[in-house]
Design a binder for this molecule. Structure first.
Ligand SMILES: [Zn+2]
Length: 461
């Protein structure tokens, strides 16, 4: 599954994992992976050549260029103060001050900004800062000249950097495409959607898509649009998953999880800016990783309400434990980790101590095996694409491969193997895998596949 997100200004990597579910019998299978690299390059800063000035020339009246530069500087200063006032109003929960930064003539924007401010009431905001990233704005635009008046609008690149208190170690940085307008000598926010049609869409967070309810449970912040039984259920199941994950994975991870429950699959896709097919997916885990060290990341689990709510409690438990496993393992899940290993581990933890017979938990694969279609290779990364009609089998195959390794060599050895593959800087995943299989278990991939096929035949045939 490939996800990408065109926001922010730093180079980041977005890792996404999904859980697939088998709707029949209210149970599910698991997983998915993905590691698209999204390079975020700040736009080039146009350079302003210094105005040549003849040496020894007498100071005369300021030139037109100097006057323009002075006006630019004043405008920049005013807009920076406006952005600082907006940031302070959000942090200080001052609704009147916040709305005073918005053009009173922009009625629809006023209403949206008021709704966003109100939606943020439930959100634990740790940091919130709007800022100009560079001096320049968009070039001349006849339509905007017509709308606002020539020289009376400015659209410089703006970033919003924010973090959730108690959960985010580093901020989320979103690039906003705003238009500031001059009204009665003051610069105000005039629009946030003037550039939607030209690739300048401002990302809309959960709080810009309706009211927000927050439910807390130990280690967990669950955000949705309404305080429903589903949101409370997600919060408590996610919280209960943390010690289960610790028991297998250990405690060397943040042990804090933000889980978001949008109102629809469509909203979920929009929040992560993905065009994936989520019809078979119950939840995804994403991590936006700063390329600086890869240590810190903004991690979120997103629940697909369209599919998640069709699961029973046991299925929901498996899904959320699976996703929390991805969050816990994220730091050591390097690019050499194949999807089957990441998903297999998450399923292994998800299903551990869950009393579900293989005939149910691996029912799709069982059907294949019984029909004489024993898989000949472990699932490729592409097999975890949301549109794969055999997605459930890909998860089931991965789960049983990891389970086999645990049964044969031990859980601690499997985890050490995972960490070794994850830490490898080798660029060819299959080479890394062969090396680590040999080091960890003394087998090669041919042997792994032969053993795995024999186990599938024995367990499911
Ligand atoms: Zn997964």
């Amino acid at each position: 599954m490939k996800l990408s997100r065109a926001t922010g200004t730093r180079s980041t990597r977005l890792v996404a994992f999904a859980v697939v579910l088998q709707l029949s019998m209210g149970l599910l299978s698991v997983a998915v992976v993905d590691q698209p690299d999204v390079q975020r390059q700040p736009a080039a800063t146009p350079s302003t050549a210094p105005e040549p000035r003849a040496a020894g020339a007498q100071r005369a009246a300021p030139s037109a260029a100097e006057l323009e530069r002075a006006a630019d500087t004043e405008r920049k200063g005013q807009v920076e103060r406006l952005l600082a006032a907006r940031s302070a109003a959000i942090l200080g929960r001052d609704r009147t001050a916040f709305l005073a930064t918005v053009d009173p003539r922009a009625a629809a924007l006023q209403a949206r900004q008021a709704a966003m401010f109100d939606a943020l009431a439930a959100v634990p905001i740790g940091t919130w800062k709007y800022g100009l990233t560079q001096r320049s704005g968009r070039a001349a635009d006849a339509a905007l000249d017509l709308r606002y008046g020539r020289g009376l609008w400015w659209a410089p690149p703006v970033t919003l950097s924010y973090g959730l208190a108690g959960f985010d170690d580093i901020p989320t940085i979103d690039k906003h495409h705003l238009t500031f307008v001059r009204r009665d000598g003051r610069w105000l926010l005039g629009a946030d959607d003037d550039f939607d049609a030209v690739g300048g869409r401002t990302p809309r967070a959960l709080w810009e898509r309706g009211p927000v309810a927050a439910v807390r449970a130990p280690g967990v912040l669950a955000l949705g649009h309404e305080d429903t039984s589903v949101l409370r259920n997600v919060a408590s199941l996610t919280s209960a998953a943390i010690p289960r994950v610790n028991e297998v994975w250990g405690e060397q991870w943040g042990k804090r999880v933000v889980v978001i429950v949008p109102s629809s699959a469509q909203e979920m896709a929009s929040l992560i800016d993905s065009t994936q097919d989520f019809s078979q997916i119950a939840a995804v885990a994403t991590a936006e990783v700063s390329d600086a060290s890869g240590e810190d990341a903004i991690e979120r689990i997103l629940v697909n309400p369209d599919t998640f709510t069709k699961l029973g409690q046991l299925g929901r438990r498996v899904v959320l434990t699976h996703e929390v496993t991805h969050v816990a393992a994220r730091r050591v899940t390097g690019p050499a980790v194949p999807a089957w290993l990441a998903e297999g581990l998450a399923d292994y933890v998800g299903y551990k101590d869950v009393k579900v017979p293989l005939s149910v938990a691996a029912r799709n694969l069982r059907k294949d095996v019984r029909a004489g279609r024993l898989p000949t290779a472990l699932p490729t990364d592409e097999a975890f694409n949301g549109g794969n009609p055999a997605l459930a089998q890909a998860y089931e195959q991965s789960w049983l491969a990891v389970r086999l390794l645990v049964e044969r060599y031990g859980e601690a050895e499997l985890l050490a193997f995972y960490r070794a593959v994850g830490a490898s800087e080798g660029s060819d995943s299959s080479v890394v895998l062969s090396t680590e299989l040999r080091d960890a278990f003394g087998i090669d991939d041919v042997r792994l596949i032969a053993d795995w096929r024999a186990a599938l035949q024995r367990q499911l045939g």
